[in-house]
Design a protein around this ligand. Structure first.
Ligand code: GLU
Length: 518
């Protein structure tokens, strides 16, 4: 029988979610949705030392903003589900609240001879490490050392059983087999083999806080939650042999998920993982949403920097996956249809901040004038500009092709709301010559006296005819007018500007430049 597709995103709430993490969640989501399966969120918070308040909510909100909506684990209000129901049968989905589940599995492994109790204190382990290092070797807790350490394999049974009762700081360790080749398959990397001699006896469960470590909790929960594919970052590839061996030890190999390890997002220049420092240096965010840490330092977020969530999702999807065609713009629906694991690349994906901006620009021009006006109104308000919404909408429709972000609207079009206070010096030197501006003033008079329909369409033709008919130099005249209206020789066409700002304001700006520059 075909297995139901169930994948999960299993973040640890240790800080804000890096954009690489969002991409992992996205690929999981696309994979699940394409197959009509389930996308589950599970919070892996068993490492209390690394817990960061607010991180869990941040992660959920980030995914929501992207439109990556889980089927299971988080409810409609964005809360991690704590009580089981038909829709969320495996609750709680926060591992710290699943605490009581894991001990029996650790004990099952001990009883079957796949794990053992270890009583070494931190000091004893440090001493063992230093002893090895002093003879130029590295310490590794495995078959080569475990019989010289304090555990249920090296100590007499009566002794370790007594320690198990008396002490509250023991752990359960996995008994990594000696010199065994673990043969694994990865959906992206293909066949991988690792010899266990390089691996250590990882701690699976700790008596001190009665909590599992990542490895045990992760395998037990993936099994209980019937996960069919594990899609995660390549930093987990070194853990894969242990995970394989754990599935075997539990006797769960028949329902073991398939694994896909995603390559890293790389720096725009140079080598290595894309980091927050790269973003700070080059001026782009690495987090989906703005984040303020405990020290009060705030990091940029794509949302607050003016990226549209669909643009962000699109650009992330293309970092490490390609459709095999030239198509670059994909809605979420299109991504779901087109995504395939065999087109996910093995090599790391270099992040290009200019391409990210390009995506936003492409998306901006497809947004409705209403949506863009809603986003622009508060910016105008903050500038102290009072403008009618209909007017703003008209402006937006004319300038949106030129902007990358809504925030650019002000730089592009402030002159449609306030008169220029400066005239660009270079443009003045180039165009503001008497032979030009004297003609421009005549054109201004023509515009002010124009009694046809005062719309762009109404005036554009007559205006051109008037200038051409007089055989005046069109470009030079228009640039003088633009200097008066915009403060520079750039900007929209004169017909657009005058009909937007109106005759009265037009007249005022002509008078103003006369007073300043003539
Ligand atoms: N909690 C792990 C993380 O934060 C999950 C790794 C996995 O998906 O197995 O990356």
């Amino acid at each position: 029988m075909e297995r139901r597709t169930r994948v999960r995103f299993a973040p640890s709430p240790t800080g804000p979610l890096h954009m690489g993490g969002v991409r992992t969640a996205l690929y999981n989501y696309l994979y699940a949705k394409q197959k009509g399966g389930d996308f589950i969120i599970r919070i892996e918070d068993t490492d209390s030392h690394r817990f960061v308040p607010g991180a869990e909510q941040y992660i959920i909100e980030s995914l929501r903003w992207c439109g990556i909506i889980p089927d299971e684990g988080v409810d409609e209000n964005g809360k991690v589900v704590e009580v089981a129901s038909e829709k969320h049968p495996h609750a709680p989905y926060r591992q710290s609240q699943r605490k009581s589940i894991y001990r029996q599995y650790a004990e099952q492994l001990v009883n079957a001879g796949f794990a053992y109790y270890a009583f070494d204190t931190a000091e004893e382990l440090t001493a063992a490490r230093e002893a090895k290092e002093s003879v130029g070797e590295t310490f590794i807790y495995n078959h080569s050392t475990r019989l010289n350490l304090r555990n249920s394999l090296s100590l007499p049974e009566t002794e370790w059983k007594a320690l198990l009762e008396q002490r509250t700081d023991w752990t359960v360790r996995f008994k990594m087999p000696e010199n065994t080749v673990v043969k694994m398959d990865d959906m992206i990397r293909g066949h991988v083999e690792v010899n266990t001699n390089t691996l250590d006896d990882k701690v699976l469960w700790k008596r001190a806080d009665e909590l599992p470590t990542y490895h045990l909790a992760n395998i037990v929960d993936d099994h209980l939650m019937e996960i069919s594919e594990v899609i995660r970052g390549e930093e987990w590839l070194p853990s894969l042999p242990l995970h394989y061996l754990l599935y075997q030890a539990f006797g769960w190999q028949d329902t073991m998920p398939r694994f896909a390890h995603l390559s890293l997002l790389l720096k725009p220049v140079g080598n290595g993982k894309l980091s927050k420092r790269d973003g700070d240096k080059m001026g782009f965010p690495v987090f989906p949403l703005q984040w303020t840490n405990a020290e009060g330092e705030t990091s940029h977020g794509y949302r607050e920097d003016g990226y549209f969530p669909d643009a962000f999702v699109n650009l992330l999807a293309m970092l490490g996956w390609n459709p095999g065609t030239e198509q670059e713009i994909f809605s979420m629906e299109e991504l779901i249809a087109a995504f395939s694991m065999d087109k996910v690349q093995k090599a790391g994906a270099k992040f290009n901040p200019d391409k990210a901006k390009w995506y936003n620009k492409e998306y901006l021009r497809t947004k409705s004038d209403d949506l863009l006006s809603d986003a622009f109104m508060p910016i105008l308000e903050a500038k102290g500009v009072k403008a009618e919404r209909d007017y703003v909408k008209k402006v937006v429709s004319l300038i949106k092709e030129r902007a990358t972000f809504v925030a650019d609207f002000w730089d592009i079009a402030s002159y449609l709301f306030v008169a220029p206070s400066e005239y660009n010096e270079k443009d003045v030197n180039k165009f503001w010559k008497e032979e030009n501006y004297s003609l421009a003033f005549k054109v201004a008079d023509f515009i002010l006296a124009f009694d046809g329909e005062f719309t762009k369409e109404g005036i554009e033709g007559p205006l051109e005819e008037y200038i051409r008919g007089n055989e005046w130099p069109m470009g030079k005249v228009m640039n003088c007018l633009r200097l008066a209206l915009v403060g520079a020789s750039s900007g929209l066409g004169i017909a657009d500007i005058v009909t937007l700002i109106g005759k009265e304001e037009f007249g005022r700006r002509i008078d103003a430049i006369k007073a300043r520059l003539c």
